[in-house]
Design a protein around this ligand. Structure first.
Ligand code: 13P
Ligand code: SF4
Length: 349
């Protein structure tokens, strides 16, 4: 291993020149982010893949992000993940076969649903969603996409994140009486006859353990510690947490909110409920104007599996021709791409 990994990465990047593009999600550590040509949230990164010309895309993020990038990349491009073991656990809460069973059970019970899947899902699930007339969404366009999905049929099945689905429904003014969190077991719906399957919005019972950890007590404690502070959080947090906050929104929203407060209210305190790598970066960026603190401890262990060392190893393997690109099973490519491109089209991208 070289003594100075950073310098080695810089020199490898120079060697590749325009043939290489390193993309990174905002939840990555600064040591990784410093090497990224493009950083963004899942929506921005998905959008940018189509515009990137480089033949090698090294994607610093979790598995589903690399897979989505591979789906959207051109024929002459390859996508590499510095650590393929970095896997968003929420994205594994919707096994494709189980979701298909539930969609069929709903249709058989006379309550067919249009699936709307958070981008944090695997490609097999995206393919099922594409096949059943649905689309993908991200936290940044969940409102637009839920409105879109409700326009496609009588009811929507939102998956896997029940909190993002619920919080988005609240933002759209959908009555809680119109929503139902499904009870799902290994073989499909549990006691379907006792469930409110006729509701307009059915929510899959998944969540992100990192964001669902925040509680209303954390919000109350932050208000007591920082009187007059503003508190914002990611919509993967629980509904009661979002209700106690001043505002909620995607990663892109949280970044803009920090910029806005730093410019308009110098000296204020902003408390942010999301992954701490992003909060710490915002705190450093705006340290001269305001104080930005995390709502609580929240580090995504899977995002953290991508390290500077892993990035260097990937670039070295690429240089030697031994790097293994992300591949997507041919049978699922078309419907999965359809679910993703429906999102890009519905959002005017
Ligand atoms: P964004 O869609 O805001 O990028 O978030 C992705 C994610 O994994 C949030 O936990
Ligand atoms: Fe998945 Fe949550 Fe990590 Fe985001 S923060 S990648 S949703 S586990």
């Amino acid at each position: 291993m070289p003594k100075d990994i950073s310098a080695e990465i810089t020199s490898l990047k120079q060697r590749f020149g325009s043939r290489l593009c390193i993309m990174g999600h905002h939840y990555q550590h600064d040591m990784v982010v410093q090497h990224c040509d493009i950083t963004g949230d899942s929506l921005e990164l998905a959008r940018r893949v189509a515009q990137v010309q480089a033949e090698h895309i090294v994607f610093c993020g979790v598995w589903f992000m690399g897979e989505s990038a591979a789906l959207l990349a051109g024929h002459n491009q390859r996508v590499y993940l510095p650590n393929p073991d970095a896997d968003c656990l929420m994205s594994r809460m919707t096994p494709a076969r189980l979701v298909r069973t539930v969609l069929e059970q709903l249709a058989a019970a006379g309550h067919p649903a249009i699936p709307l899947a958070y981008v944090n899902t695997d490609v097999e699930l995206k393919a099922v969603v594409g096949e059943y007339g649905g689309a993908v969404c991200t936290s940044a366009n969940a409102r637009t996409m839920l409105r879109w999905a409700l326009g496609q049929g009588e009811r929507v099945l939102f998956l896997p994140d029940r909190h993002l689905g619920d919080n988005t429904a609240t933002q759209l003014g959908i009555d809680p009486e119109e929503r139902h969190v499904l009870r799902v077991g290994a073989r499909g719906l549990v006691q379907p006859e006792t469930q409110a399957l006729n509701r307009r919005l059915l929510l899959w019972p998944g969540c992100c353990a990192i964001h669902a950890r925040f509680s209303p007590d954390d919000v109350a404690a932050a208000r007591a510690t920082h009187p007059g502070c503003r508190i914002v959080a990611h919509p993967e947090c629980r509904e009661e947490v979002i209700a106690a906050c001043d505002a909620a929104g995607s990663t892109a929203f949280l970044i803009k909110e920090a910029e806005r407060l730093a410019a308009e209210t110098p000296g204020c305190t902003l408390v942010v409920g999301t992954e701490n790598n992003l909060v710490n970066r915002l705190a450093a960026r705006h340290a001269k104007q305001c104080r930005i603190v995390p709502l609580g401890h929240a580090i995504c262990g899977n995002m953290a599996k991508v390290t500077e060392k892993r990035l260097w190893q990937t670039l070295t393997a690429l240089d030697c021709g031994t790097a293994i690109p992300v591949t997507v099973d041919e049978n699922v490519q078309k419907p999965a791409r359809l679910a993703l491109t429906r999102m890009l089209a519905a959002c005017g991208q």
